[in-house]
Design a protein around this ligand. Sequence first.
Ligand SMILES: [Zn+2]
Length: 151
Amino acid sequence: MIATPDYRALLDTAIAEARQGLAEGGIPIGAALYARDGRLLGCGHNRRVQEDDPSIHGETDAFRKAGRQMSYRDAIMVTTLAPCWYCSGLVRQFGIGTVVVGESVNFGGGIDWLREAGVNVVDLADERCITMMGDWIAANPALWNEDIGED
Ligand SMILES: [Zn+2]
């Protein structure tokens, strides 16, 4: 039996990615994919603006950086913000067992849908994430709506 990792410590990696994205002039959402034993598989951040690529969300970036994995059942997707439908679909498609979200105050995404499907969703309600995303959305409403597909 492997002990549950310190989720807030894992979140630090996703927050560092989000802050890097912010420094690059991008949307500050970061993510990291971990193995059950706390080993980092991959991490990344939203690069819609930087790469002119709407398919690079924090979660998809971390997922791709992790490369091929035999199974995701014991993997932990850690993200600064509740995953959108696109990223929630990725979680379900590949059977990622646990999703740790920094916050769901600014965006609820697909977390109820994930829980209904039996995914272990842990919401840390982290103040750093709530403030970072809230401030950014307030300053960039049009770009935010573009990212989540709202006209
Ligand atoms: Zn997404």
